[in-house]
Each structure stands twice: as structure tokens, then as C-alpha cells.
Write a protein that binds this ligand. Sequence first.
Ligand SMILES: [Zn+2]
Ligand SMILES: [Zn+2]
Length: 244
Amino acid sequence: MAAFIQILNFIYPPRCAACGADFGLDANVRVCASCLAKVEPLPAPLCEVCGGPMESAAGNERRCARCAATPPSFRRARSIARYRPSAEDDPASLPALIRRHKYGLDQAVGRALAEYLGPSLPLDRGDLDMVVPVPLHRRRLWWRGFNQAALLACEVARRLHLPIETGVLTRVRATNPQTYRHHDDRLRNVRRAFDAPKPLRIAGKRILLVDDVMTTGATVEECARTLLDAGAQAVDVFTLARVL
Ligand SMILES: [Zn+2]
Ligand SMILES: [Zn+2]
């Protein structure tokens, strides 16, 4: 990984991956402070299950209406930043950066996304055993060259001192890009798209599933269900950003 980053520094002069500001010779950061400061936090209070916004702050209910009506397969989901789709119009915003990254147009931003994780993760490693990235289909992986979820998962695993397992969850069916469709459409789109080919490695394990963006939660729900069906004990979800 270190050699890879050195090569990237050589190929891509050190500039802010979001706004393009020049860093001079300081190549240790990928995103400038003013771009990091633009990140929108998630609006409180948050649902203790899916990490999404609550309809109201009143009462004792700690789950949102959707989680109360249909509890997800995952134990809990947490994110760092709000992904406001309209912010994609600002090329220096995190949503624009993720979008450029997702469609393979700017491979230098892989490490930049990790910088948006900030100093402390909203996660407790105490009840987790391993980190697993949401996989890409191999065709898209070949086209894009790398999986941004795996880059984030590496950084999360490093910080939590947990092992990362990339082969325990695979994408067996290419799915249509999930631009902002309805939750039910998205669930249909990802159904049976994943497989857990190494059940012995995940049996009884508590897994932290990592992706770059959570939209309706359909993808992580399907991943969680696949891992649980294969014998995992529990699945938590962590994404850098969440569409709201
Ligand atoms: Zn910047
Ligand atoms: Zn919820």
C-alpha cells in the first residue's frame, strides 16, 4: 500500500482531491482543510438502528418509523457525513468527490475519502471481529481498477485493529447503478446479487460491513442477509456518507 501511495504521489502532484488547491510539497494530505470543513454532519437525533434521522425528537422511541415497522437484518448502521445529492453540483463537495470516484474518473481520490473519516469513528470495536467491504462485481472492478469500499474498509480496519476479509463476500451478479431509486426497486435490483463463498471464515463472527455511501440501505441489507444466512453472528454497517 505504501508503495502504491508513493506511485500515486508521483503520478498525481499533491493537490486537494476535492477542490484542486495546490499543497506544494506537502503530500501527506489529500484533502484541504476548507474542503474537510464543508462536510455536512448527519442531522440529530439519529435512529439507534439504521443511523438515519428520526421523524421527531420527542418521546422515548429510539428507532425511526421504518426500522420499527421492518427491522433491518443488520444490527446497526453508522455514517460520518450527510450526502446531499444536490451537493454533487459543487465539484469540491464530498458527494461530487464520491461520485467522480464511483464512476472511475478520478482514481487519485481513494486515499482522500479516508481523510473524510475524521479523527474518531462512531464505532465500538469491542463487539466486532472483522471488517468486510461491500464488493464490486469483477467486471466493474476491472474497469475501475479498485474498490473504493475496500480502500475505506482497509483504513477502518487499521484504526480499529481488526482484520479485513475481502474474500468472504462476493458480488455474483452485476447490478444496475443504484441512482436514487425507490427502496423497493433497489431491493429488487440487489436481490441475490451477493454470495458468501467462505462460510467457515465468518461462522459466529461479528462483521463490520463497510461501503462508501448508503442510499436507501438496500445494498447493505442484502449483504447483511447474505452474511447472516452463511452463519455470521451479527452484521454492523459503516459508510462514509449517507444520502439524505
Ligand atoms: Zn480542497
Ligand atoms: Zn432506523
